[in-house]
Design a protein around this ligand. Structure first.
Ligand SMILES: *[C@@H]1O[C@H](CO)[C@@H](O)[C@H](O)[C@H]1NC(C)=O
Ligand SMILES: *[C@@H]1O[C@H](CO)[C@@H](O)[C@H](O)[C@H]1NC(C)=O
Ligand SMILES: *[C@@H]1O[C@H](CO)[C@@H](O)[C@H](O)[C@H]1NC(C)=O
Ligand SMILES: *[C@@H]1O[C@H](CO)[C@@H](O)[C@H](O)[C@H]1NC(C)=O
Ligand SMILES: *[C@@H]1O[C@H](CO)[C@@H](O)[C@H](O)[C@H]1NC(C)=O
Ligand SMILES: *[C@@H]1O[C@H](CO)[C@@H](O)[C@H](O)[C@H]1NC(C)=O
Ligand SMILES: *[C@@H]1O[C@H](CO)[C@@H](O)[C@H](O)[C@H]1NC(C)=O
Length: 358
């Protein structure tokens, strides 16, 4: 090899090294990848407790049984288009609750104002984020502000989730596999649960587990809504004229077969949205008749269009993390790690001299 070729080989090697480092860095950034669930055999080795073994066995058989979704529950792809209302059930949602808290929406313990239920959409693996939320903004609850987490299922962490539930009793969980592309199933579960088991609540905030929520500002918004004429609301960050992603590698990809139009109907960003219970119930009653798509917020936009529900934009529902404005925003996306959330919360507490004025 001449010197030039050697030089090129060295350059290529360096490039390969850099690319692999970058890939590893990007992987580390994605929390789902970074989170290491304890493998089952390790759990088995470290415990002899019969109940845990039983839970794991149950989890395994459950996982096996639910991977075979019966054919009759599948919709006819060629006949049914998303965003259209059908006279028959095209969205069966054939999942069952694994966990369903009975104490959160107890009619005897529900006070009139602000009468808010907060449902946090959380990946079942993100135990750390839930801990951080419970320790920070999620702890600002009283008998008229309640919080629960919406989870899918993973056999890997079942024994941990069992313990988490026993301690906090704040998990709503169905038996579908917890994956990003099953996000709409989780959202539907939340609407169904609220409409069936928490009708006493007047408002529901749906929020992802990577959001900061300024509870006092949220309470003020609700108090203002309750003073206004129209108390049936669907509020958040309005998205209009959003193009459908046709790049297969994109997180939000949808095929032309599934949705032929170039743009989505208007929708509220799914990360944080405030709805009145009347509207939550209307949605829950309509889901069975509208074919699902994997993007939960777009799906809600489609159903809202059918139901002629008005979308209200409020820029304080921020899809970005704006550290400087946490005290004026209502929600703010992407706080970083669970530790960052605790840090930010404590910083705000200090700013307010430890007093959280509702
Ligand atoms: C579902 O349908 C496919 C083909 O359409 C068939 O191969 C499969 O056996 C069916 N599964 C069940 C559980 O009926
Ligand atoms: C699906 O719907 C199309 C159009 O209505 C129909 O031609 C086809 O036979 C249906 N397929 C099944 C499996 O029901
Ligand atoms: C509501 O709470 C009370 C007191 O904690 C309890 O006795 C009752 O069983 C609860 N009701 C439901 C429906 O969970
Ligand atoms: C919630 O706040 C109370 C004080 O109001 C505190 O005693 C409790 O430890 C907090 N919970 C968590 C999980 O930090
Ligand atoms: C969503 O959940 C269902 C039911 O558990 C499962 O069959 C399916 O594979 C999951 N989807 C993804 C993309 O993992
Ligand atoms: C929200 O989007 C809809 C649809 O484009 C639009 O009609 C409405 O004016 C928007 N609202 C705000 C406040 O931007
Ligand atoms: C709960 O907190 C909110 C916000 O401060 C307040 O308006 C409400 O009166 C409280 N409810 C009870 C029962 O303490």
């Amino acid at each position: 090899m001449d010197r030039r070729a050697q030089h090129i080989v060295r350059l290529l090697l360096a490039l390969m090294f850099l690319t692999s480092m970058l890939t590893m860095f990007l992987m580390a950034l994605s929390l789902d990848v970074k989170f290491r669930a304890t493998p089952l055999d390790e759990i088995l080795k470290s415990t002899t407790e019969k109940t845990v073994l039983l839970a794991i066995n149950t989890a395994f058989s459950l996982a096996n049984s639910i991977t075979n979704v019966p054919n009759e529950t599948m919709t006819n792809k060629t006949a049914v288009k998303p965003g259209e209302l059908f006279g028959k059930n095209v969205n069966l949602h054939p999942y069952i609750y694994i966990r369903k808290p009975s104490t959160i929406c107890n009619s005897t313990g529900y006070n009139p104002d602000p009468n808010l239920l907060i449902l946090v959409k959380s990946n079942v693996l993100q135990i750390g984020r839930r801990m951080a939320i419970r320790a920070t903004w999620g702890n600002l609850t009283n008998t008229s502000i309640h919080i629960a987490f919406l989870l899918g299922y993973s056999p890997l962490v079942e024994s941990f989730i069992k313990m988490e539930y026993n301690v906090h009793k704040d998990l709503v969980q169905e038996d579908f596999i917890d994956r990003y592309r099953n996000n709409t199933l989780k959202t539907i579960m939340g609407f169904n649960w609220a409409a069936s088991y928490c009708r006493q609540a007047k408002f529901v905030l749906f929020v992802d587990d990577d959001y900061y929520v300024n509870i006092p500002n949220l309470i003020n918004l609700i108090k203002n809504i309750r003073k206004s004429k129209n108390q049936n609301v669907f509020i958040g960050h309005n998205q209009t004229h959003t193009e459908v992603q046709r790049n297969k590698n994109n997180k939000w990809y949808v095929s032309t077969e599934d949705y032929p139009n170039t743009n989505w109907p208007p929708f509220i960003s799914g990360g944080s949205m405030l709805l009145s219970m009347d509207i939550v119930t209307k949605f829950a009653n309509t889901f069975p008749y509208v074919k699902m798509i994997t993007l939960d917020d777009v799906y809600l936009g489609m159903v809202a269009k059918i139901l002629k529900i008005k979308l209200t934009h409020d820029k304080r529902f921020s899809i970005r993390f704006v550290r400087k404005k946490l005290d004026t925003l209502i929600t703010s996306h992407d706080y970083g790690s669970p530790n960052d959330l605790v840090h930010e919360f404590n910083r705000l507490l200090q700013m307010k001299k430890g007093k959280i004025n509702f």
